[in-house]
Design a protein around this ligand. Sequence first.
Ligand code: CA
Ligand code: CA
Ligand code: CA
Length: 124
Amino acid sequence: MPEVEPNDEAADAQVITFSNGAAFSMGSVNFDASSSKIDESDTYALTLNSASAIEIELSHFDVPDDDLDLFLLDAELEIVAFSESVSSFEIVAAELSGGVIYYVVVRAFNTLGDAPYLLSIDLN
Ligand SMILES: [Ca+2]
Ligand SMILES: [Ca+2]
Ligand SMILES: [Ca+2]
């Protein structure tokens, strides 16, 4: 699915729906100071029916010109897991509880203009 703006904050998070244990979203962020369309973060929300391991991958952006980072937050917006490479795609893995909301945040640390990405989420 494509992202839907605005999605910058948890309150505006785009709800992730799974199909056969997987979900995808294509979006873009932009943190180029010379650009007129700054979009520092994209926020997604997910709630699992039951506890599960999860793997989240942020890929297909233009490394190293674009440096995007990936965060998994709990309902209190505390960081559960994060990935902040400067030279590769990002991946996080965690064990999630069922029945509570989590947030996945794609953050632009630095970009050259618009930085498209693919967010892939897998349940195990
Ligand atoms: Ca966006
Ligand atoms: Ca956004
Ligand atoms: Ca990064």
